[in-house]
Design a protein around this ligand. Structure first.
Ligand code: NCD
Length: 325
């Protein structure tokens, strides 16, 4: 049996007065730059612990309800893995069609049910504001795992952590967000979160998929330097982080409109010749053709590493809201 490492230096323990104990995580707007540094420090410790012992008992006896009203591979399985690596367990409701939701149960009633059995609820739902509504109905912490085209705060936190781990810092970087910036909740959350740093944000999208004007205004009022493009040629050479997204087929009412924009950008080794040698390409995944598999072996392709960082960040967030970090 491996011996337990001496972890008395770690920020773990029963800290019920910890600032995130019992809190919901609904929007990146809840996070200050100091909070981010804290999340990243805890995520680092989680990484070390996973490397050393794999699984440990920080959240032993705690139960997570994973309530997914929309498809998910990474978010749902990484929350499950996070909880299990911390010694807790999971009630998986990945297919709401097999739950009472299919009988017409309301979101508040479903949440009130799960809070009787679980200590924390992770929710993904197609409507903007659904996670906030669930949090209102619940006495237990609720974590937003994507509310329609609204936000995806835990993804943005893991994205920022990825940038920091891969490039060493965030301040001073040029970050180019590309693809479906209208419907992409990951880019909405990430752009907001990056406004806490001194970054230049480029938005590359077809005309009908531009970053929402309200979000651009919101960041402008915070003094963030932003520029919009329809092509990647101009912004690519100065880009430090190229964040690629999928055109969100499920958000289109007219399939022909989706067809007209789905292949707008394809990142491949040829396109990437114009990019810096030291930069990274990220993607929240799933990809559906916007990054060619031929690019996967390029050291700048960070999207698979990004998924692993997500485990440590979600472990950190669960420990924080359950009062153990
Ligand atoms: C994203 C999502 O669900 O918003 N996926 C994820 O959580 N990693 C991105 C997407 O579906 O395109």
């Amino acid at each position: 049996m491996p011996t337990q490492p001496n972890n008395s230096h770690l920020p773990f323990g029963d800290q019920r007065t910890a600032p995130w104990y019992g809190k919901d995580i609904i929007s990146v707007k809840q996070f200050s730059r100091e909070d981010l540094e804290y999340v990243f420090a805890v995520a680092h410790e989680m990484h070390d612990m996973v490397d050393h012992v794999g699984t440990f008992d920080l959240l032993k006896g705690k139960i997570l309800a994973n309530l997914f009203y929309e498809p998910s591979t990474r978010t749902s399985s990484s929350f499950t893995a996070s909880m299990e690596r911390l010694g807790g367990s999971v009630i998986p409701i990945n297919e709401v069609k097999y739950s009472s939701v299919a009988k017409g149960e309301s979101l508040p009633d479903t949440v009130r049910t799960l809070e009787c059995y679980a200590d924390v609820i992770v929710i993904r739902h197609p409507e903007v504001g659904s996670a906030a509504a669930a949090a209102k109905a619940s006495r237990k912490p609720v974590i937003n795992a994507g509310d329609g085209i609204g936000e995806h705060p835990t993804q943005a936190l893991l994205d920022a952590f990825t940038i920091k781990e891969e490039l060493g810092h965030v301040d001073g970087l040029t970050v180019t967000l590309l693809g479906d910036l209208k419907h992409g909740r990951t880019v909405h959350s990430l752009a907001r979160l990056l406004s806490l740093y001194k970054v230049k944000l480029n938005y590359v999208a077809p005309d009908i998929l531009r970053m929402p004007a309200e979000l651009i205004e919101e960041l402008k009022s915070k003094g963030v330097q932003q520029e919009e493009f329809t092509g990647l040629d101009k912004p690519l050479p100065a880009t430090d982080v190229l964040y690629v997204t999928r055109v969100q087929k499920e958000r289109f009412t007219d399939e022909s409109v989706y067809e007209s924009v789905k292949g707008a950008y394809v990142i491949d080794p040829k396109v990437m010749k114009a990019a810096k040698e030291r930069m990274i390409v990220m993607h929240p995944l799933p990809r559906v053709g916007e990054i060619a598999v031929e690019f996967d072996d390029d050291p700048r392709a960070a999207y698979f590493r990004q998924m692993e960082y997500g485990l440590y960040v979600r472990m950190a967030l669960l420990a924080m809201v359950l009062g153990k970090a």
